[in-house]
Design a protein around this ligand. Structure first.
Ligand SMILES: C[S@@+](CC[C@H](N)C(=O)[O-])C[C@H]1O[C@@H](n2cnc3c(N)ncnc32)[C@H](O)[C@@H]1O
Length: 348
């Protein structure tokens, strides 16, 4: 499989040596020296630049390997989903109409495989996942073009990030296009659409989360020592993304690991009720029209995959509220409700 590692290493080195980044790292050195002096501690001659250079050399090969392992593991898990008909059933429920569809976090392309048309942009930050997708689609005899080169860059607010190479040339939207992009800002995808003066007719976001996000959030570890908050809210940005990339009235297809349990009866609430809560969380730029649950029993016991179960409870005034399950409830329901909540909405 093709690796981006050499490009990452040289782009990380270039980024660290960039004039503005160097100046920023020197500011960090200065602030650290000042703080140490105020605290009366030892004089420390650690330089942020050297630390980042060392971390890049040590960490990037590890990250590359983890992304590859993830892509292989997900390929296996999603093959079971495919065999169990999850993607076919999802497409049967969504009934996507012909037109340009953007599949965010497309992974190994399993949903795309089931789509009855080829005008699709599959987006993923993991170049190995995109290679699996290309292979699977080509095996199906479909024309898929892949552009999955990425590099390390510096973002003023987010720090060091993995960024795709910008795609400048026009893409053929009648074919399947597989692009590297980061769903947090989807710059490449938005640029590609903008260059062609169009927005997508629909967008899909299936099975986000899993153990994927942690792996692409490695650079965040350099800054905060922990992965980002959206891991627990994998669809936090959906409404913002949808308006960026979809036409008004375009369809949004969500497949969320999001069972909702009634705390009193320990039973799954209906998909419509669960979807009402999702509606509250994503705001009103998308109007949810229909919802349905599918079983995801294939994921039972797979470590690293998060099922974002919520519990409905009643407060003292009898008002319904949604909350995270307690440890005891978690124990009771674990492995019982591994459901995929399918939601079909429209961009307003
Ligand atoms: C659990 S997989 C789901 C794949 C596919 N949608 C499916 O249903 O088979 C999640 C995918 O999201 C991708 N991903 C995670 N974080 C991402 C990010 N920040 N930007 C782009 N893709 C991301 C991962 O690489 C992974 O392929």
């Amino acid at each position: 499989m093709e690796s981006n590692l050499q490009e990452w290493l040289s782009s990380a080195e270039e980024t660290i040596n960039d004039r503005r980044v160097s100046a920023y790292l020197e500011e960090l050195d200065e602030a650290m020296r000042k703080q140490l002096k105020e605290e009366g501690g030892d004089i420390c001659d650690r330089s942020h630049k050297t630390t980042f250079q060392q971390i890049a050399k040590i960490l990037l090969p590890v990250v590359d390997k983890r992304l590859k392992n993830y892509a292989e593991e997900w390929d296996e898990v999603s093959r079971h989903h495919k065999e169990a008909g999850i993607y076919r059933d999802a497409v049967g429920f969504f009934k996507p109409e012909e037109g340009l569809l953007v599949d965010i976090g497309c992974g190994g392309g399993r949903l795309i495989e089931e789509l009855p048309f080829d005008s699709v942009i599959g987006v993923d930050i993991n170049n190995y996942c995109l290679q699996f997708a290309e292979e699977a689609l080509k095996t199906q005899g479909r024309a898929a073009e892949r552009r999955s080169r990425t590099y390390i860059s510096f973002h003023p607010e987010r720090g060091f990030v993995l960024r795709p190479y910008p795609i400048m040339e026009e893409l053929d939207f009648t074919k399947i296009q597989l692009l590297a992009d980061d769903m947090e800002d989807l710059r490449n995808t938005v640029r590609v659409l903008y260059n062609q003066g169009r927005k997508a007719d629909s967008m899909s976001f299936m099975l986000p989360g899993g153990h994927s996000a942690q792996l692409v959030e490695f650079l965040e570890l350099l800054r905060r020592g922990e992965p980002r908050a959206y891991l627990t809210h994998p669809y936090k940005w959906v409404s913002e993304l949808a308006t960026k990339i979809c036409k008004p009235n375009g369809s949004v297809y969500l497949g969320l690991r999001r069972p909702v349990i009634n705390a009193d009866t320990n039973t799954l609430v209906s998909a419509d009720v669960a979807a009402e809560y999702v509606q509250k969380e994503i705001g009103n730029t998308i109007g949810i029209e229909r919802a349905k649950y599918l079983d995801l029993i294939q994921e039972n016991g797979i470590t690293g995959i998060n099922i974002f179960t919520k519990v409905i409870d009643y407060d003292d005034e009898g008002k319904e509220k949604l909350r995270d399950p307690t440890a005891e409830e978690r124990g009771k329901i674990s492995g019982q409700y591994i459901n995929l909540l399918l939601i079909h909405g429209k961009v307003k």
